[in-house]
Design a protein around this ligand. Structure first.
Ligand code: CP
Length: 312
C-alpha cells in the first residue's frame, strides 16, 4: 500500500487501510514535537508551498511546522501581496508556482473544488486540500480520528455527535465520510435551517434535538456558526441558538460520563460552546491542535514517499 505521489482532496480518496496507515504514521511522528530539537531529516530536499486564499490559524501553521519538522523547505504564498490581487486566476497562479517545481502544494480556498482544479492543472506536484468552501477538510477529519483513537482506543462502534452548522461545514462532511468508513455511529444535529436535506446520504443519523444526539454519546464535536458563509438569517438570535444547541453542563449530562468534547476551531465562546465545556476536563480541543502537526507530518511523509523508513 502506498500513498506516494497521490493527491489528498477528499476522504473519499482513502480506503480504511490507508486511513489506518496515516494514523499509525502520525502516532510515530508525535514524539518529534516533544524533543529539544524538533526536526528530522526525512523530507530534506523536498519543497512544500502553502497557498491559503482563506484565513487560517491552525491548518496553515501546522502544515508549515509539519514540513519544517521533517526538514522540507516550506514556502508560505501570501495571497494578498501576490499577483492574485492583480486578478491572476487560480489556474495561472498554480501553473506559475508549479513551474518552480514544488513537490507538494497545500491549498485552502473558499470555492469547493478549487484544490481538485489545481491538481488537474499542476502536473507533477501532489496537492492537499486544506479546506475548500463547504466541501471538505480531509486532514481535519484525520487529526480528529487520531484524537478520538487516543482517548477511546478505536472508532468502530462509537457514538459521535456532530452539532451545529452542518450546512456550511467542510469539517462535518469529511468527518462523516471518515467515520462511516471506520464504522462509527455518527449523529448530526442542528437547527433545520443549518442541516441540509439529504445529509443522511453521508451515512449519518439526523436529528434536530440535542438530547437525542447527545444521549450516550462517546464523542461530541461542536461546529462553529460560520457567519462568513451565512448570507441569510438561519436562527433568530445567538442567545436562542446557544440555548438550544450550545454545549453546557446541563446538556453534557446526556452524554456518557467519559465523553470527550471536540471543536475544530476557531471557537465562538458562549454560542456553540460555553467556557466551562471549552476549557474543562472533557475538552480535547488543544490536543486536536497538537495532533494536527503529527497528522500533517504523516500525510506529507506518505505522499512525498521520501523513504519507507521515516528515519526517526
Ligand atoms: N480547524 C481549522 O481549519 O482551523 P483554521 O481555520 O484556523 O485553519
Amino acid at each position: 500500500m502506498s500513498l506516494r505521489g497521490r493527491h489528498l482532496l477528499s476522504i473519499e480518496d482513502l480506503d480504511v487501510q490507508e486511513i489506518e496507515l496515516i494514523l499509525k504514521t502520525a502516532r510515530s511522528f508525535k514524539e518529534i514535537s516533544t524533543r529539544p530539537i524538533r526536526k528530522v531529516p526525512t523530507l530534506r530536499g523536498k519543497t512544500v508551498i502553502n497557498i491559503f486564499f482563506e484565513p487560517s490559524t491552525r491548518t496553515r501553521s501546522s502544515f508549515e511546522l509539519a514540513a519544517k519538522r521533517l526538514s522540507a523547505d516550506a514556502v508560505n504564498f501570501n495571497v494578498s501581496t501576490s499577483s492574485v490581487a492583480k486578478g491572476e486566476s487560480l489556474i495561472d497562479t498554480g501553473r506559475n508556482l508549479q513551474a518552480m517545481h514544488p513537490d507538494l502544494i497545500v491549498v485552502r480556498h473558499s470555492l469547493a473544488g478549487a484544490p481538485a482544479l489545481l491538481a488537474t492543472h499542476c502536473k507533477g506536484s501532489c496537492v492537499i486540500n486544506a479546506g475548500d468552501g463547504m466541501h471538505e477538510h480531509p486532514t481535519q477529519a484525520l487529526l480528529d480520528a487520531l484524537t478520538i483513537c487516543e482517548h477511546k482506543g478505536r472508532l468502530e462502534g462509537l457514538k459521535v455527535a456532530i452539532i451545529g452548522d452542518i450546512k456550511h461545514s467542510r469539517v462535518a462532511r469529511s468527518n462523516a465520510l471518515l467515520l462511516r468508513k471506520m464504522k462509527a455511529e455518527t449523529w448530526v444535529c442542528g437547527p433545520p435551517t443549518l442541516l441540509p436535506v439529504g445529509f443522511e446520504s453521508y451515512g449519518v443519523q439526523v436529528t434536530h434535538h440535542m438530547e437525542e444526539a447527545l444521549t450516550d454519546a462517546d464523542v461530541i464535536m461542536l461546529l462553529r456558526a460560520q457567519r462568513e458563509r451565512q448570507q441569510e438569517i438561519f436562527y433568530p438570535s445567538f442567545k436562542e441558538y446557544s440555548m438550544l444547541y450550545g454545549l453546557d453542563r446541563r446538556k453534557m449530562k446526556w452524554a456518557k460520563p467519559d465523553a470527550i468534547v471536540m471543536h475544530p476551531g476557531p471557537i465562538n465562546r458562549g454560542i456553540e460552546i460555553d467556557q466551562e465545556m471549552a476549557d474543562g476536563a472533557y475538552s480535547v480541543i488543544l490536543e486536536q491542535v497538537s495532533n494536527g502537526v503529527a497528522t500533517r507530518m504523516a500525510v506529507l511523509f506518505l505522499l512525498l514517499g521520501a523513504s519507507e523508513d521515516p528515519g526517526i
